[in-house]
Design a protein around this ligand. Structure first.
Ligand code: DAH
Length: 346
């Protein structure tokens, strides 16, 4: 009988020692099972109670209970200690004062930046901003703009047709007639948006962006056109940039011109660091837009009297403006959505 008390005492001490040594929750669980489990050391001692005389049993039962409570308390205490030491180890494994990783913030696409900039410049000159459909009728895209059916000038724009009379607009110029039909002159508006052509190579994408602009009033002259476009160029490319008009042809303007600006790379000199400038190929000039005085036939389409109203129009590609303004060498970068590129505009 004294054996049983003795064994209980030894069992508690042994278990206490083993608990002191555990360093993981797995070891702790092993020790619990070994001493407190259904087939553990404590259960084995309890199984011997019937061996005792009936008078001894209550005392032995009490001692066994005390041993069990002691072991349960020691076990619970050890759980807390282990938890604490593991969280201390976790906390000391990194520097809590280290700054967090900043989330990447998005930024506007260079085309959007240029579009916003140009719209703001023209809004400041009193132009309205108008938009129109990307799926356009043959009438507004061509005919109303003085491209008769079968006219070779249509070949200037490789068109994506949807039906016989509907197509993806090849330019933003349809907004001239659309806007004039909905407003009484004088009118000044710009029309930014996507345009589409059946064209895809290193320097052309099937979708690109344009801004169309036009102004209608009495006695508008080419000098007004030049003044407005020069103000725009100075705003977008800086006041040192020179502007030159070259005669050209568009069905919807007469006379027509193309506008060049002095090269943004070599400042119009044609050479950089002693060799021929690769951006302007040594000419010192870069073409940026087409323009002209609105053709009387366009006024007729818009139901404006060509004897009374005069005006100018211009149209430019935004990809080209963005590439020149930001020094982007490859058109494809504008469409790849590589965040290493886009982040540079944040
Ligand atoms: N629509 C022409 C194009 O896409 C650009 C253009 C040229 C627009 C002359 C105009 C203009 O308004 O007067 O190539």
């Amino acid at each position: 009988m004294s054996d049983l008390f003795h064994d209980l005492h030894n069992l508690v001490e042994e278990c206490r020692e083993r608990l002191d040594q555990v360093s993981s929750f797995e070891d702790l669980e092993d020790v619990r099972v070994a001493y407190l489990g259904r087939k553990g050391a404590l259960a084995a001692v309890l199984a011997r109670l019937p061996e005792l005389s009936p008078e001894m049993r209550p005392e032995a039962g009490k001692a066994a209970n005390t041993a069990k409570n002691t072991l349960t308390t020691l076990h619970a205490k050890r759980i807390e200690e282990l938890k604490r030491s593991q969280s201390n180890a976790f906390l000391s494994s990194f520097d809590p004062a280290m700054p967090g990783r900043a989330p990447h913030s998005g930024s506007l696409h260079p085309i959007t930046l240029v579009m916003n900039d140009i719209c703001t410049a023209f809004a400041g000159l009193g132009f309205d901003i108008v938009i129109g459909p990307e799926i356009e009728t043959d009438y507004y895209n061509f005919e109303a703009l003085n491209f008769p059916p079968e006219h070779p000038a249509r070949d200037m724009q490789d068109t994506l047709y949807i039906g016989t009379d509907t197509l993806l607009r090849t330019h933003t110029s349809p907004l001239q007639v659309r806007t004039m039909l909905s407003k009484t002159p004088p009118v000044a508006a710009i029309a930014p948006g996507k345009v589409y052509r059946r064209d895809s190579d290193l320097t052309h994408t099937p979708m690109f962006h344009q801004i169309e602009g036009f102004l209608v009033d009495k006695n508008v002259s080419m000098a007004d056109l030049r003044g407005v476009l020069t103000a725009f160029v100075h705003r977008v490319f800086g006041t040192d940039t020179m502007v030159r008009f070259r005669p050209s042809f568009f069905p919807f303007t007469e006379p027509s011109a193309e506008v060049d600006i002095s090269c943004t790379m070599c400042a119009g000199k044609g050479v950089t660091a002693g060799s021929t400038c690769r951006v302007c190929k040594g000419t010192g000039w870069l073409e940026i837009l087409g323009c002209g005085m609105i053709d009387p036939n366009v006024f007729t389409s818009a139901e404006y009297d060509p004897e009374v109203w005069t005006g100018f129009a211009f149209g430019m590609g935004l990809e080209r403006i963005a590439m020149l303004k930001y020094g982007i060498g490859d058109l494809r970068m504008l469409f790849e959505n590589d965040t290493r590129f886009l982040r540079q505009f944040a």
